[in-house]
Ligand binder design. Structure first.
Ligand code: NAD
Ligand code: ISE
Length: 358
C-alpha cells in the first residue's frame, strides 16, 4: 500500500519533505499540496517537475484534508495555524504528521490531545526528528546501558547562523529550544521540574529587540541540571551540541563527519550552516518510520500529540522564566494511558520496533 500525502504549507520545510518522500523514502507519494502564498505553490510545482511528480493543488487545507486522494497530511505551515489543521485532520480520520510546534499554545496542544483521545485512534506524529538522529540514539543507548552511571549534568548548545526579522526572543524557546526540550527528557529518562533563563552579554549581530544568546537552565525531578545555550545569530554555522556528564564518564554528540583538508599549511574541515543538512537522515528516518508504522500497525509510533503537549507546557514555563528572571516550576501532567503504547520508548521501549525506531 502507498500512503498518499497532502502537504499543507509548501515553504522551506514542506518542500524538503516533498523531496524526501519522492526521492529517498519508500511507501509514500505526494498527491496534494496547498499554500496561501502563490509563490510557494509555483516553487512546489517547479520542484514537482524536477522530481517527476504533479500533485494536485488545493485552495485550502480543509479542501485538501477532505480529498479522497489524501490518506495522511503533513502540516508544514506556520506554528500559529497548526492547531486548526491538526484538529481538522483528526476529525476527518486522516493520519497527521505535524511539524513542531504541535500548536502555538499549551492549551491548543491539549485540545489536540483531547480530540485524538476522543477519536480513540492514534493518528498523529510530531516532527521531533532528533529522536531519530543516529547521534542522539547512540547517546541514549549509552545512558540506558549504565556505562556512565547516573547522568548528573547535561551541557547543550543550539546555534543558528542567523534568523529572519520575524524571529522574537520567545521563539528562541518555542521554535528553537523546543527540540532540546523534547529530546532531552527522552534521553535522560526524567521529567523536568523547574527552569531559569539568563541573558549573557548581547551579541552585536542580534537586533536590539532580540535577546541573543540565552542560557536556559533546567532542573529535572531527579536533580539532573541541564544548561542549554541558544545562540541564533552566531554567524559561523549551524551547531548542535550535547554532552552528558555521568558518575563514571562523559559522552557527547558526535561531530558531523566532514573531510579534513590539509591545504597551504592549514588543517581544516567545513561546518554545516543549515538545519536541513544537519538533520537530513533524521528527517528521512522519522517520516519513513511514520509510513512503515502505519503500513505495519495502522498507527504512527513516533513522538505523539502528548509529547507535543508536554513540550509546550515546558516551553511556557521557559518563556515565563525569560520575563520573570526567576526559577519557574514546570508542571508536567500525568500521561494518559492512551499514550503509553506509543511513547518512543523512554518509559517503555518494547513497542518501538518499526524501522527507524529500533
Ligand atoms: P516557511 O515560512 O518557509 O513556510 C511556511 C509556509 O506555510 C509558507 O509558504 C506560507 O505561505 C504557508 N502558510 C502559512 N499559513 C498557511 C495556511 N493557513 N495554509 C497553507 N499554507 C500556509 O517556514 P518553514 O521554515 O518551512 O517552517 C514550516 C514549519 O516547519 C514550521 O512549523 C517550523 O517550525 C517547522 N520546521 C521544522 C524544522 C525541524 O527541524 N523539525 C525545521 C524548519 C522548520
Ligand atoms: C527551525 O524551525 C527548526 O526547527 C530548526 O531545527 C531550528 O534549528 C531552528 O532554530 C528553527 O527556527
Amino acid at each position: 500500500m502507498t500512503l498518499k500525502f497532502g502537504v499543507i504549507g509548501t515553504g522551506a520545510m514542506g518542500r524538503e519533505h516533498i523531496k524526501r518522500i519522492t526521492e529517498r523514502l519508500s511507501g509514500g507519494e505526494v498527491t496534494a499540496v496547498t499554500d496561501i502564498y502563490e509563490g510557494a505553490i509555483n516553487k512546489t510545482l517547479e520542484l514537482g517537475k524536477q522530481i517527476g511528480i504533479a500533485p494536485k493543488v488545493y485552495k485550502t487545507g480543509e479542501d485538501l484534508i477532505a480529498s479522497s486522494d489524501v490518506d495522511a497530511i503533513i502540516i508544514t505551515n506556520l506554528g500559529s495555524v497548526h492547531e486548526q489543521y491538526n484538529l481538522a485532520g483528526i476529525a476527518a480520520g486522516k493520519y497527521v504528521f505535524s511539524e513542531k510546534p504541535l500548536a502555538d499554545t499549551a492549551a491548543g496542544c491539549k485540545r489536540i490531545v483531547d480530540a485524538e483521545t476522543k477519536a480513540g485512534k492514534h493518528l498523529l506524529q510530531v516532527g521531533f526528528m532528533r529522536r531519530f538522529d543516529a547521534g542522539y540514539r547512540q547517546l541514549k543507548e549509552s545512558i540506558d546501558s549504565g556505562e556512565i552511571g547516573q547522568p548528573l549534568i547535561v551541557h547543550c548548545a543550539h546555534r543558528n547562523p542567523d534568523v529572519d526579522e520575524h524571529y522574537t526572543t520567545s521563539m528562541a524557546i518555542t521554535d528553537t529550544l523546543i527540540h532540546e526540550i523534547d529530546v532531552l527528557h527522552w534521553l535522560i529518562n526524567d521529567d523536568y521540574k523547574s527552569v531559569r533563563v539568563t541573558f549573557p552579554k548581547q551579541s552585536s549581530y542580534a537586533r536590539k529587540d532580540l535577546r541573543d544568546p540565552q542560557l536556559v537552565t533546567i532542573t529535572t525531578k531527579k536533580g539532573i541540571v541541564i544548561d542549554a545555550g541558544t545562540f541564533v545569530t552566531c554567524q559561523y554555522g549551524y551547531d548542535i551540541r550535547c554532552n552528558v556528564v555521568g558518575e563514571k564518564g562523559v559522552i557527547g554528540l558526535p561531530e558531523v563527519p566532514a573531510i579534513q583538508k590539509r591545504i597551504n599549511a592549514k588543517l581544516s574541515y567545513e561546518i554545516l550552516t543549515s538545519w536541513a543538512d544537519r538533520f537530513t537522515t533524521a528527517y528521512d528516518a522519522e517520516l519513513q518510520n511514520f509510513i512503515d508504522s502505519i503500513a505495519a500497525g495502522g498507527a504512527p509510533q513516533g513522538p505523539t500529540a502528548w509529547d507535543g503537549y508536554i513540550a509546550a507546557v515546558t516551553a511556557d514555563a521557559c518563556v515565563k522564566a525569560q520575563t520573570s528572571g526567576k526559577e519557574e516550576s514546570i508542571a508536567i501532567p500525568e500521561r494518559p494511558e492512551f499514550y503509553d503504547k506509543y511513547s518512543m520508548g523512554w518509559r517503555d521501549r518494547s513497542h518501538n520496533t518499526a524501522a527507524g525506531a529500533k
